[in-house]
Design a protein around this ligand. Sequence first.
Ligand code: SF4
Length: 201
Amino acid sequence: MNSFPIKEFFYSIQGEGHYYGMAAYFIRFEGCNIQCNWCDTKESWNIKKKDFIPIHKIITNISNYKVKNIIITGGEPMMWNLYPLTKILKKKKYRIHLETSGYYPIKEKYMDWITISPKKSKLPLIENYKKINELKIIISNEKDFIFAEEQATHVKITNCVLFLQPEWSNLVKIIPKIIDYIKKNPKWRISLQIHKMLNIP
Ligand code: SF4
């Protein structure tokens, strides 16, 4: 593909997970058929013809910023064959991070860091778990801890960091339970969406 449907791109701070606080250029792809009910990027689900942007324009936009880290997110970016884009980004020595549900095969060739955030409605492919650096489970209620442990059985803990992230709309209620759980199960770390807390665009 020479162009991709992009919902938005922006230079900001990674707010969650292992690299929280890091300056990064975000590319949010359009398209997602996972449809989590608490999704905070529902506007990215639909693919619009008018939003297809040629690769050369994507690259030019990035070069306006003094940035080394690119975060590819969505939507579900693995719906697309990203090689034509990631190959050029890698040639230009960018560090490429991928955020995905893991539902589609991960073409990891040029990725430097891969995060899977599994969704119960459409589980990740088991083969994808071998490729990831970070497993991030959204915790909305206590049943999600069981789901988190089930998913963690698929990764090698020596190669993969494990995060529990409170579901934003349930933050206040669920945080004490997550803290308590992590104290008892310290292989997990908490991931907070600091960009939302601090209102970082
Ligand atoms: Fe939203 Fe991500 Fe779920 Fe898709 S996979 S519905 S983008 S949270």
